[in-house]
Design a protein around this ligand. Structure first.
Ligand SMILES: [Zn+2]
Length: 146
């Protein structure tokens, strides 16, 4: 199995795939997640556990460092955006799965997601709000966020 971005080796934990090339390091969910009923809470939680994703209370948050900023690469879409910029108090891999399962999902992300390019944090809520905007300058193509 090779990375869809850099063609390097992909490591798989549960249904989560991570590129082993540190300069790339993209992450994506195996296509098999689409066959699961992830709106069933038990199935959703087991999928996260199988992928060894840290739970909300395991994220080393402090009183004012609570949020991550993340970037999802999109497939070709009618609006011409290449990336989605988001912020979350969840682990970004969990947030990504929420987009896929249609829970607090962004419609474009649900339909056109390709992979999680990267995430940053923890930030305070206000820092994350600002970073969600400024991170667009680091991206090689058009992006949108909230
Ligand atoms: Zn890669």
């Amino acid at each position: 199995m090779l990375c869809k971005k850099c063609k390097n080796i992909i490591l798989q934990i549960g249904l989560l795939k991570k590129c082993n090339n540190k300069k790339c390091a993209i992450v994506y969910w195996d296509y098999k997640v689409r066959k699961l009923n992830l709106l069933e809470e038990g199935i959703f939680i087991k999928t996260l556990e199988d992928a060894k994703i840290k739970k909300h209370n395991e994220l080393n948050k402090t009183a004012n460092k609570t949020h991550f900023v993340y970037i999802i690469k999109l497939k070709k879409n009618p609006k011409g955006y290449m990336y989605y910029r988001g912020m979350t108090g969840l682990h970004p891999y969990e947030r990504y799965l929420n987009h896929i399962r249609g829970y607090k999902s962004n419609k474009m992300v649900k339909k056109y997601h390709s992979y999680l390019l990267k995430f940053e944090g923890l930030y305070s809520y206000d820092e994350a709000k600002i970073r969600e905007q400024t991170i667009k300058n680091d991206l090689p193509g058009p992006s949108y966020g909230n």
